[in-house]
Design a protein. Structure first.
Length: 660
């Protein structure tokens, strides 16, 4: 009995290894308005025929596709590109086929150069042109027909061959010649295009309650007094920990003491009391009208206010009594408080996102986010998103951004890499990272390679934070002021998105609660602080200088121009960043040793920065204005951490033309 076989496939062309693509099109690739999207693929077929490949793209809600040719780069690898100009979702697909006209033209040239008779070959070409003319508009069909007629005239074969080699003819044939059979690649690839702030932002975290004078509880009005200070340092996002009523049950005292006093303000993350929950403002901070006034005052200075979205409750939160089914209960009916062993949070109840009543819970969270967007907030730092379902975040972020496309979500998830990456795929626009714990040259180099040179770069936008209210790394505890300068420069120069928890950072607060702990002594999480912003040892002026350099140099505003540089000293970490058009080139060299001067040689290859081989080039240090003339690939640096532990060098000369 003869076995039944499938009908043979007429398609000869294969399309593989398409990039950018996330999980075979399951999730969107991330870009920002104005970005160039480079699409690459391996495209090949059996035999020796020439191939044609087109890239089609459009905004998702448009009907008409735009097309652009893919170009063969090398070894069956093709590349095409298009620019995304709107804050929309784009889609793209590929089509490839055997290019019979291109094959004919290639072989015609070989035959003619070998002095063979090409009369019949010219007739074959004329027939192809007449076929293409049937698919073309009248004016272009006429152009194709005239050329077909010319190929059949009794003119010298050389003259007719020259007609076949016209570039305009190649364009017409690519557009109108029959393409059967076509191989299409379309897995629903999407490009989610965000506003620029998703790619380039500078965050400053501040506890509003610590902005008052003389230890008094701060308010939104006193925060307004801080805006000129924050503006002068060059920050464009002002992020607040939770601003909601704080629970009284098991309220924490100073240094996380589980037995707080009545006078203790409690942790802002213990959200909710009889006064309200996640949609309510702590009464000591001010009124909704005063909050909106603060948002407007910040916006007037180019600063956006970001809020913490912490989906957890104090035992006093209204949800505990109104929606007890949203929490996990133990056999005795009590609710277990939050834990992250060995850390214990007796003042917090975790929410059960697997509750059978989860749709009502999800809807309530959506309502809360919409409430704050309507108050003028479009950026949310999300606390511990990895303890909630991926599906929830994909659902929530998509629904919010459908109506508020400017909304941005930062994932605070210090957890396993795959979990962090899945959250980014699910819709988070920025993500916290392991930067805080990457301190050596090898660790930094490997991490930057992972973030910028692997498929992770297509969907994961890293945000570098040298400190947070929960994390005071040992490097900052022991390295003194130079350690703060080093970590700040690494965050700000390496990465387009970064943030600091201030004013602890610029004031170089470095004392831990106890040895071996990353918790601050007298942490602001549990008490109201008063800060001396005029401290002469502070870093505010230096921070402002670096943020000014970031604003003025496009190379520092994105990560896709990162170039690793070699040094002969492991205490010196060097890298370059190049703008998309190649005209802005920055070289950073940072001494990773906060205790001593380090010297060595840095290698800048000429092809990495587009420098003329063997010629000198001038660098200007954006940190202190000094100018240096470098020659060749290897140049000497010496950095004293007590003076300035880094160079932030811009190539001033020779200048480079865009795209060169």
């Amino acid at each position: 009995m003869q076995t039944s076989l499938p009908t043979p496939d007429r398609q000869r062309v294969v399309i593989e290894s398409v990039q950018p693509e996330v999980d075979a099109g399951r999730f969107a690739v991330k870009r920002t308005v104005g970005d160039l999207v480079r699409v690459e693929a391996d495209v090949f077929a059996d035999g020796h025929d020439e191939l044609a490949c087109l890239l089609f793209y459009k905004q998702e809600d448009e009907s008409a596709w735009q097309e652009t040719p893919m170009m063969l780069i090398a070894n069956d690898h093709w590349q095409g590109q298009f620019r995304v100009s709107a804050q929309k979702t784009y889609v793209y697909r590929l089509e490839a086929w055997v290019d019979r006209f291109g094959t004919w033209r290639r072989d015609l040239e070989k035959r003619y150069d070998a002095n063979q008779d090409v009369t019949m070959e010219l007739v074959v070409g004329a027939e192809m042109m007449r076929q293409a003319a049937q698919n073309a508009p009248e004016h272009e069909a006429k152009r194709l027909t005239l050329r077909a007629d010319a190929l059949e005239k009794e003119w010298p074969s050389g003259v007719r061959a020259e007609i076949a080699y016209e570039d305009t003819l190649e364009t017409l044939m690519l557009r109108y010649a029959p393409r059967e059979p076509v191989t299409a690649y379309d897995r629903g690839q999407r490009i989610a295009v965000d506003r620029e702030k998703a790619r380039f932002s500078t965050w400053y975290e501040l506890f509003p309650r610590s902005t008052g004078a003389g230890g008094k509880h701060g308010t939104f009005k006193t925060v307004e007094n801080w805006l000129p200070y924050i503006e002068k340092m060059g920050f464009d996002v002002l992020y607040f920990p939770p601003i909601h009523p704080i629970g009284e049950t098991h309220r924490k005292g100073k240094n996380n003491n589980p037995k707080g006093k009545k006078s203790d303000p409690g942790s802002p993350w213990a959200i909710g009391s009889a006064l309200g929950g996640h949609d309510t403002i702590h009464p000591q901070l001010g009124t909704p009208e005063e909050f909106r006034a603060l948002v407007e005052a910040a916006n007037a200075k180019g600063i956006e206010v970001a809020l913490d979205l912490a989906l957890q409750c104090s035992p006093d939160h209204p949800w505990v009594t109104e929606h007890p089914q949203w929490f996990k209960h133990r056999p005795d009916g009590s609710i277990r408080y939050a834990e992250n062993p060995p850390k214990r949070y007796e003042d917090i109840y975790p929410i059960d996102f697997e509750t059978e009543d989860r749709q009502a819970l999800w809807d309530e969270v959506e309502r809360i986010v919409r409430h704050w967007v309507e108050q003028g907030v479009s950026i949310f730092r999300v606390d511990n998103p990895h303890t909630k379902q991926f599906a929830f975040w994909e659902w929530l972020i998509a629904r919010i951004r459908a109506d508020y496309p400017n909304a941005l979500f930062l994932a605070e998830a210090f957890t396993r890499p795959r979990t962090m990456y899945r959250l980014a795929k699910s819709g988070f626009n920025q993500s916290y990272t392991y930067f805080t714990w990457r301190t050596t040259k090898t660790e930094l180099a490997e991490y930057m390679t992972e973030l910028t040179q692997t498929p992770v770069r297509e969907y994961f936008r890293p945000s570098f934070w040298p400190n947070t209210p929960d994390i005071l790394h040992d490097f900052l505890q022991t390295g003194g002021r130079p350690a703060f300068v080093i970590r700040f420069l690494l965050a700000a120069a390496l990465n387009a998105n970064y943030g600091i928890y201030g004013p602890t950072f610029e004031l170089c607060v470095s004392e831990p609660r106890e040895s071996g702990s990353e918790e601050y002594l007298d942490s602001e999480k549990y008490e109201i602080k008063s800060w001396d912003l005029k401290d002469q040892q502070g870093l505010s002026e230096f921070i402002g200088r670096v943020n000014k350099a970031r604003r003025e140099n496009p190379a520092l505003q994105r990560n896709d121009g990162y170039v690793a540089l070699e040094t002969n000293n492991d205490a010196l970490f060097a890298f370059a960043k190049v703008s998309e058009d190649g005209t802005n080139r920055i070289v950073s060299v940072i001494n990773l040793d906060p205790f001593g001067t380090q010297a060595g040689w840095v290698r800048v290859t000429h092809d990495a920065l587009g420098l003329p081989l063997g010629e000198p080039y001038e660098m200007r240090d954006l940190l202190d204005g000094a100018r240096y003339t470098w020659r060749g690939e290897w140049n000497y640096v010496e950095l004293n951490p007590n003076v300035l532990p880094a160079h932030l060098l811009r190539v001033e000369w020779p200048q480079r033309e865009a795209g060169a």
